[in-house]
Design a protein. Structure first.
Length: 102
């Protein structure tokens, strides 16, 4: 069984027991969260498609930890003008474990 769920503005295909990284969530590590913006569920071939969300469906997850992603280098340059700008960015992420799809 899997579901496509909207978490923090992004869509993920999730299954029970799966660990994924999402944009930073406000809850503490170890807390239990529930996502009710389920777009699609598939239970052994019986597919339910929401309009826009499947009514009564929810995905329960546990927050494992808050981490920072890999550094991304942002380099801007305008040729022949002497302009260069080097910048770095690390995205704040949350690792969650999907407990169940109901």
């Amino acid at each position: 069984m899997y579901a496509i769920v909207d978490i923090a503005g992004q869509q993920f295909k999730v299954e029970a027991g799966q660990k994924i990284y999402v944009h930073r969530l406000q809850e503490e590590a170890g807390a239990s969260v529930s996502f009710d913006k389920v777009l699609l569920t598939d239970n052994d071939g019986s597919v339910q498609i929401g309009t826009p969300y499947v009514s009564g469906a929810a995905v329960k997850a546990t927050i494992l930890e808050h981490v920072k992603g890999n550094k991304v280098i942002v380099f801007k340059k305008k040729r022949r003008k002497g302009y260069q700008k080097k910048n770095g960015h690390r995205q704040c992420l949350t690792q969650i474990k999907i407990e169940s799809i109901a």
